[in-house]
Design a binder for this molecule. Structure first.
Ligand code: PMP
Length: 362
């Protein structure tokens, strides 16, 4: 069975025990250097190798060819809300966004601060963000520089099943679902994922972009904000977050070697989500607000049908050593985040807990 507490936090979130064990080892002795991974120069061959291995592992898992560049950056999803418009458009240019809630709104607001001509070309505000807009209805303005969407909405618990087909570059915030299933490389032009959700840990942000986009980056950007700088310097332009990259590298290795790559991971992701949704759908004591077709496989949002039982449920979870079950502060309710570090067994234990609580209070 799983170690307690069971962690269903939305991020930073659970890491697999073998990855944590390797991280502990590397804190003392990094790859037999006798020093901590935190003490090794980022210009040393060991760290150069680590960066290269992390990029290669990402490329292999995501099925990328030479046309894509993988960058290991800092600044989180929030900095990408800024770097994307800066690198892919100029002042006054048209840029299109899909509004599916909390994080997409932040991306939109940041683009607006940069004096772009921002249009929200599709949204699900009308139903309180309990769904994502039908992907086949999403269109972009023909002269738009890109279309931006958030593929998995961590707060609302909604997820797109595939990319929109539009004639402009597609940019996706995949912070909470990259590396949870095979990546449709041909359908996206730039994606980014901050950590820690499915890969880890906080401090690292993975950016995958089509190399051809680099040529179009406007001149005159501050070097640190320019994707070209980081591509030219192979993600070692300035001191990278070496420990975060080490843990991410071990996480990618774990996904490849112990989970059957992203195909195996997708199978596991699907099974975990099914366990929870099937239980919630067949137990009238609980309710899932999200439209079934839009449900996230990463963040399962639900509430007790009787709202007065929310507080007691969260208290009982705390007593049972289950953490991270409260919904995002902007929406309330409950949310179980079941990223790659959460085992199927942990999800079964959560279902047992929810079942027992319903039995006692139903
Ligand atoms: N995008 C999504 C989908 C997220 O879930 C989050 C954070 N949970 C962010 C962006 C923001 O990332 P950061 O905190 O690294 O800026």
């Amino acid at each position: 069975t799983d170690r307690l507490p069971l962690n269903f936090s939305a991020g930073p979130a659970a890491l697999p025990p073998p990855v944590l064990a390797q991280a502990q080892e590397a804190l003392v002795n990094f790859r037999n250097t006798g020093v901590s991974v935190m003490e090794v120069s980022h210009r040393s061959p060991e760290i150069e190798d680590l960066l290269a291995e992390t990029v290669e592992r990402s490329q292999r898992l995501l099925g990328l060819g030479d046309e894509h560049e993988v960058l290991l950056l800092q600044g989180g999803g929030s900095l990408q809300f800024v770097m994307v418009p800066l690198n892919l458009s100029g002042v006054g240019d048209r840029v299109d966004y899909v509004d599916t809630g909390y994080w997409s709104s932040k991306a939109i607001a940041e683009a607006r601060t940069l004096a772009r001509d921002v249009a929200v070309v599709a949204d699900s505000a009308g139903d309180g963000y309990r769904s994502v807009p039908p992907v086949e209805k999403i269109t972009a303005r023909p002269d738009s520089r890109y279309l931006h969407l958030v593929t998995n909405n961590t707060v609302e618990g909604t997820q797109f099943r595939r990319a929109p087909r539009v004639s402009v570059p597609v940019v996706a915030d995949m912070s909470s679902d990259l590396m949870s299933e095979p990546f449709a490389a041909s359908e996206y032009d730039l994606v980014y994922a901050h950590a820690q959700k499915n890969i880890g840990i906080a401090g690292l942000t993975l950016v995958v972009l089509r190399r051809s986009l680099l040529a179009g980056v406007p001149d005159g950007l501050p070097a640190i904000l320019n994707y070209r700088t980081h591509a030219t310097h192979r993600s070692n332009y300035h001191t990278p977050p070496t420990f975060a990259i080490y843990v991410t590298c071990q996480m990618l290795r774990w996904l490849a070697q112990e989970n059957g790559g992203l195909a195996g991971t997708a199978e596991r992701t699907r099974r975990k989500a099914e366990l929870l949704y099937d239980f919630l759908d067949t137990t009238p004591f609980y309710r899932c607000p999200v439209e079934p077709d839009s449900r996230s496989r990463m963040n399962v949002v639900f509430t007790p049908t009787c709202p007065e039982l929310l507080g007691p449920l969260l208290d009982a979870a705390t007593r049972a050593d289950i953490i991270g079950l409260a919904g995002h502060r902007s929406v309330g309710g409950c949310r179980a985040s079941i990223f790659n570090g959460v085992s199927t067994q942990a999800v079964r234990q959560l279902v047992d807990f929810l079942h027992d609580f319903a039995h006692e209070h139903g």
